[in-house]
Design a protein around this ligand. Structure first.
Ligand SMILES: Cc1cc2nc3c(=O)[nH]c(=O)nc-3n(C[C@H](O)[C@H](O)[C@H](O)COP(=O)(O)OP(=O)(O)OC[C@H]3O[C@@H](n4cnc5c(N)ncnc54)[C@H](O)[C@@H]3O)c2cc1C
Length: 346
C-alpha cells in the first residue's frame, strides 16, 4: 500500500478516547506497545504495524482534531501543550515547550526540517559506539521520511517581508543564505504553526504516520498516561497506565498492555522519568542526566518603515555557518511572530 494513497478525512483518525471507555479496568495484549504518539512514536507505530505487528499506541494527551485548533497561541497552549505551555526546568529559568496531544509536538511545531548533521552522527559513532547511525546508514532513512512528509524548500512566495530584509543584510555581510525546508503542503502562510495547522497542510503525525499506522491495524488510546513499564527478568513485557478524562481530570480506568516489545517515545523529559520510576535501563546511572536542548533567543531590529512580518512561512531563512561547537554553536533563523510568541522568545 502506498502511504500517499491513504485518504485521511478531517475527523477520520480512529482514536479511543476517555469518553469511549466503559469499564474501570482494561487489559490488552499486543505485539508492541508504543508510549507517545509524536515524531518517534508515530513512525515506530507505523513501521511496526506495516510489518504485520499488532500495535497499541498510548498517548497521555487528548485527541484534538484540526478543526478545533484555536488560532490564539495562549488558548492552544491550554489544550495542546504539556503543562499548558508552562513546563520549565527546576530552576524555572528555561521554559521547555512540548506538545501533549495525539501527534505530540509535531502538531504544534514550526515544521522546520533539518537532517541530523553528519558532525553529530560521526561524533555519536565515535564517542558512544552508535555505528548504526552513520551518515551512510541514515541518508536513505532521511530521504524516505522527507518523501513521506512532503519536506520541501520554501519558495520565494513563502518568504516573509522580515526574512527578505534579513536576507539583504546577510548578502551585504557575505553570509550564505540557507533556505528552510518544511513538512508543509501548499502552506497557507497564516503563521499559526504553533497553534496547530487548521487546514492540515502541515504534515504532522496527526495527518500522516498515525492514520497510516491505523490503516495497518494500529490502535490508538488518547488520554492515557503510562505510569510504569512492566518487566520480567530484566526485560520489558508491557506497561501500566491510567486513563484520565481530560475535561474533569478524574481517572476513568486503569490500563495494562502486555507486549514483548515496548517502545518509549514520550519525549526527552517524560521518557527518562518513566524509566526512573520503573527502575529500568539505568545500569549506567545516566538516565535523566545530560539533558540538552537548544534555547531560542530573539534579536529584533527597528526599521524606519513598517514591516508587516505576519505573512509567510513561520521560518524561511537561516544562517548555519556557526553551528559547530568550535564556531559558537548557534544558528540564526528568521521567525514571524505574533505578540505572544514574541514575548516568550524575548
Ligand atoms: C513549539 C514547538 C516548535 C517546534 N518547532 C520545531 C521545528 O520547527 N523543527 C523541528 O525539527 N523540531 C521542532 N520542535 C521539536 C519537535 O517537534 C520534537 O523534537 C519532536 O516532536 C520530538 O519527538 P518525540 O516523539 O520525541 O516527542 P513528542 O513529539 O513531543 O511526543 C511525545 C508524546 O508523548 C506523550 N507522552 C509523554 N509522557 C507520556 C506518558 N507517560 N504516557 C503516554 N504518553 C506520554 C506526550 O503527550 C507527547 O504527545 C518544536 C517543538 C515545539 C514544542
Amino acid at each position: 500500500m502506498k502511504n500517499h494513497a491513504i485518504k485521511v478525512e478531517k475527523q477520520g483518525l480512529k482514536v479511543t478516547q476517555a469518553a469511549d471507555i466503559k469499564s474501570s479496568q482494561l487489559h490488552l495484549k499486543a505485539d508492541a506497545v508504543v508510549v507517545g504518539s509524536g515524531a518517534g512514536g508515530a513512525i515506530a507505530a507505523y513501521e511496526l504495524a506495516k510489518a504485520g505487528k499488532k500495535v497499541v499506541v498510548l498517548e497521555a494527551g487528548p485527541y484534538i482534531t484540526s478543526d478545533k485548533f484555536p488560532e490564539m497561541l495562549a488558548v492552544a497552549m491550554g489544550t495542546l501543550y504539556q503543562d499548558h505551555g508552562g513546563q520549565t526546568n527546576s530552576a524555572g529559568d528555561i521554559s521547555v515547550l512540548q506538545g501533549a496531544c495525539v501527534g505530540g509536538s509535531t502538531v504544534v511545531n514550526a515544521a522546520l526540517c533539518f537532517r541530523t548533521p553528519d558532525y553529530y552522527l560521526k561524533k555519536w559513532a565515535k564517542e558512544f559506539g552508535l555505528t548504526n547511525l552513520t551518515p551512510a546508514v541514515m541518508t536513505p532513512i532521511f530521504e524516505k521520511v522527507e518523501r513521506n512528509l512532503h519536506i520541501k524548500t520554501v519558495g520565494p512566495q513563502e518568504t516573509s517581508p522580515g526574512a527578505l530584509l534579513i536576507g539583504q543584510g546577510m548578502d551585504k555581510l557575505g553570509y550564505p543564505q540557507g533556505k528552510a525546508r518544511r513538512n508543509i503542503k501548499d502552506c497557507a502562510m497564516t503563521g499559526f504553526c504553533f497553534s496547530g495547522c487548521t487546514t492540515d497542510r502541515k504534515q504532522s503525525m496527526l495527518v500522516t504516520y498515525l492514520p497510516w499506522a491505523v490503516a495497518h491495524g494500529a490502535v490508538i488510546h488518547s488520554d492515557t498516561r503510562v505510569t510504569e513499564v512492566l518487566s520480567k527478568e530484566g526485560k520489558a513485557v508491557g506497561v501500566k497506565g491510567e486513563i484520565i478524562d481530560p475535561a474533569t481530570r478524574i481517572k476513568k480506568a486503569d490500563i495494562q498492555v502486555d507486549a514483548p516489545l515496548v517502545v518509549l517515545a514520550a519525549g526527552p523529559i517524560q521518557t527518562p522519568l518513566l524509566l526512573l520510576k520503573s527502575g529500568l535501563a539505568n545500569s549506567s546511572g545516566q538516565v535523566g542526566k545530560n539533558f540538552a536542548c537548544h534555547p531560542s533567543m530573539s534579536v529584533t531590529a527597528e526599521f524606519p518603515h513598517e514591516v508587516r512580518d505576519f505573512h509567510g512561512a513561520t521560518h524561511s531563512l537561516y544562517m548555519d555557518q556557526n553551528t559547530l561547537p568550535e564556531k559558537g554553536g548557534y544558528i540564526l533563523l528568521n521567525a514571524i511572530q505574533e505578540p505572544v510568541e514574541a514575548s516568550f522568545l524575548a
